[in-house]
Write a protein that binds this ligand. Structure first.
Ligand SMILES: Nc1ncnc2c1ncn2[C@@H]1O[C@H](COP(=O)(O)OP(=O)(O)O[C@H]2O[C@H](CO)[C@@H](O)[C@H](O)[C@H]2O)[C@@H](O)[C@H]1O
Length: 492
């Protein structure tokens, strides 16, 4: 059977460029899909680091003026994966972050930076390259979501289109005056097009005009159809509910496996869990936590934002610190949260260790050394860190919503009796409910045998990409077969 060919369009891809979970997913999917007979090529913005990492490669497809300057496509390889980099120095050669300057302020031209990515994705999808004509364009998040709109309004033959929502909180909204400069036709500015509350909505446009919508867990797929979680897009998603599905993320096992992980102090697996103690001791030493093997060590690896709910952890800290508990946290984001956690570290020396910043090494060591791993999110499309925690025997304590609800089996009495529990869920996402869950978890932690059964159950859970990749492949095939290509019936 001829492999199905997919063009993935995204603004991040591990290990080339990452600010969060989106990169992990975009980085892992091509290899996982290959096993399902799907060949994926990925289009990324030409950030300087990406260009440097991919080195010399072939250049093709030049644009004299791509939203304000010249641009061209660079074809490189990362292992077996073909990566197209959109080289456009006027858009991507910046000293700051991917989306914001050094002060955390959005670049004023983000609309054009990501419209360009989507535009070139649409060009490739319609045959601009001699050697690659994809069957599917798969756009990830708002940065790529204008691609289905460009395809729709081009009026030319196009492949099937899929938009995946990794986080509906980020939507890409821009002034309506940009319509023409964004190369969108006047008739696109309507409710069935790119118009969104009087502005231009990139994610809105993609969700409206693509063939299939996915998000990263079945529960989040339902949640975003409600006003509480839909962040303004719930009406659209309800109207298109027949093309919305939730496919859980997986774990890249080449990167996240305690048996082979070179970033941790001692390797282990479910049969050699005792070796984990060395990672706990190393973590405590490196972070200047008290060398106490019996302390209940909580781990956190996260962006620090309202979504992730760590303000609730701060609120419960005084009660926690009255017990034999330690906290090892690495995170970055909201300045107020960063400062509050640093203040907690000062207040509880040897008990609270806070690293403000980003470190893959530390992320792995926390997973391998912490007893429990905390994800108290207010909303969570899927969540990857609780999946890594399952693999590493750090028992997850999570809020009961979104992908957290779908991936962790709560250690209630019946689940413990049945021997299927893998962690702890709490609801609603509040400091009080979190505090109760932490007390319950600590109680089970003191019962070594039961705790070990949670660890082993977690480590045996299949969190690989095999099952999700099969679902994506099936979805691609369904979209290509065109049983229903709903956007074709929309006004053009
Ligand atoms: N300070 C730090 N140092 C080192 N590593 C750090 C770090 N902070 C975060 N990370 C890493 O970044 C990734 C975060 O992934 P998540 O899925 O947990 O959240 P995120 O909200 O970014 O992703 C969004 O997209 C993903 C992908 O679909 C969804 O799972 C999720 O629910 C959604 O919010 C993990 O690999 C984690 O280890």
């Amino acid at each position: 059977m001829k492999p199905l060919e997919v063009l993935a369009v995204a603004s991040e891809m591990s290990p080339l460029v990452k600010t969060g979970g989106l990169a992990d997913v975009v980085g892992a999917l091509p290899a996982a899909l290959r096993a399902e007979g799907v060949e994926t090529r990925t289009l990324l913005p030409g950030y300087p680091d990406v260009i440097a990492a991919l080195g010399a490669g072939e250049t093709s497809l030049a644009f004299d003026d791509l939203f304000g300057g010249p641009a061209w496509l660079h074809e490189g390889r990362l292992g077996e994966d073909v990566i197209y980099t959109l080289v456009a120095p006027h858009l991507y050669a910046r000293a700051g972050g991917l989306y914001t300057d050094a002060n955390g302020v959005d670049y004023p031209d983000n609309a054009f930076r990501f419209a360009a990515l989507a535009w070139v994705g649409a060009e490739i999808a319609q045959g601009a390259l001699a050697d690659f004509l994809p069957d599917v364009l798969h756009a990830h998040d708002w940065q790529a979501a204008l691609a289905p709109a460009y395809l729709h309004y081009s009026g030319r033959p196009r492949p099937a289109t899929i938009v995946t929502v990794h986080n509906i909180a980020f939507q890409g909204q821009f002034a309506k005056e940009l319509l023409d400069d964004l190369r969108l036709p006047p008739q696109s500015f309507q409710m069935e097009g790119v118009e969104y509350y009087g502005a231009i909505g990139f994610l809105k446009a993609g969700l409206q005009l693509c063939d299939r919508i996915t998000t990263v867990s079945p529960s989040y797929a339902l949640e975003i159809e409600t006003p509480e979680f839909g962040m303004g897009l719930d009406g659209l998603l309800r109207a298109r509910a027949n093309v919305v599905s939730g496919i859980l993320n997986g774990v890249d096992e080449a990167v996240w496996s305690p048996a082979t992980d070179s970033r941790i102090a001692a390797r282990y697996d479910a049969g050699r869990l005792d070796r984990r103690a060395k990672n706990k001791a190393t973590l405590q030493r490196r972070l200047h936590l008290d060398a106490d093997p019996e302390a209940f060590v909580l781990g956190v690896v996260s962006r620090l934002s309202w979504q992730k709910g760590h303000d609730m952890l701060l609120a419960t800290l005084p009660a926690l610190m009255a017990r034999r508990v330690q906290l090892a946290l690495i995170g970055t984001g909201d300045k107020h949260l960063e400062e509050s956690f640093l203040a907690a570290q000062d207040a509880y020396p040897g008990r609270v260790a806070v690293t403000i910043g980003y470190s893959e090494d530390m992320a792995h060591l926390i997973q391998a050394g912490a007893d429990a791993f905390l994800v108290p999110s207010r909303f969570e499309p899927c969540g990857l860190t609780q999946l890594y925690a399952l693999r590493y025997g750090a028992v997850p304590i999570v809020s009961r919503l979104g992908g957290l609800k779908d991936t962790i089996v709560d250690a209630n009495e019946m689940a413990l009796q049945a021997g299927v529990a893998t962690g702890f869920q709490f609801s609603p996402p509040s400091a009080e409910a979190l505090a109760l869950a932490l007390r319950q978890a600590e109680r089970v932690f003191r019962d070594k045998e039961t705790w070990r059964s949670l660890q082993v159950n977690g480590m045996k859970t299949d969190v690989s990409w095999r099952h999700p990749a099969r679902r994506y492949a099936a979805l691609y095939r369904e979209a290509v077969s065109g049983d229903a290509v709903p956007s074709l019936s929309l006004p053009r």
